[in-house]
Design a binder for this molecule. Structure first.
Ligand code: FEO
Length: 174
């Protein structure tokens, strides 16, 4: 029976599993950004809060893109269970350090899935992943630029206020 069900999808069990893990990773990124946005909102960093709320939305869109792909190909996309989301953060800067770490981990994860797809000759999924690998250039760039503001401006005096102002202006030009 299991083999018969498999005939309904061209996705291998392995790739389907990896994509479901990625769905979970994107959902967790979304929830983490939401929590970071809330912290910034509560601490008076309004521009950073807006930036992070938008990031939370974007991660949800990423999750849904993969979710739809798995189901469109006859696989089973699984609604992820998310837990262990931090609600408190040590510092304003700490949030952006964590954001960059999170984006790097996401890029590495997509690279691992792409490598597996190549190995299994799943070029359909490999092709689908190209959009995400490209998107990660922007995601990492923006997270890195935000973090750099802490070095360039410095946090003393009105520094944090200025950093928050500049975060609203960080954009990526390919
Ligand atoms: Fe969906 Fe920021 O990676």
């Amino acid at each position: 029976m299991k083999d018969l069900l498999r005939l309904k999808t061209s996705l291998t069990e392995e790739v389907e599993g990896l994509l479901n893990e990625q769905i979970k990773m994107e959902a967790k990124s979304s929830a983490t950004y939401l929590s970071m946005a809330s912290w910034c909102d509560r601490h008076g960093f309004d521009n950073s809060a807006d930036f992070l709320y938008r990031q939370a939305e974007e991660e949800r869109e990423h999750m849904m893109k993969i979710f739809k792909y798995v189901n469109d190909l006859g696989g089973a996309a699984l609604s992820p269970e998310i837990s262990d989301i931090s609600t408190e953060f040590d510092s304003f800067r700490g949030i952006f350090e964590e954001a960059l770490q999170q984006e790097i981990a996401v890029t590495q994860s997509f690279n691992r899935i792409a490598a597996k797809c190549q190995k299994l000759h799943d070029f359909t999924t490999f092709n689908f992943l190209a959009w995400f690998l490209n998107e990660q250039i922007e995601e990492e760039y923006i997270a890195r630029r935000c973090l750099e503001l802490f070095e360039v401006i410095g946090e003393e005096g009105a520094g944090q206020y200025m950093i928050d102002k500049q975060i609203a202006k960080v954009t990526y030009k390919a």
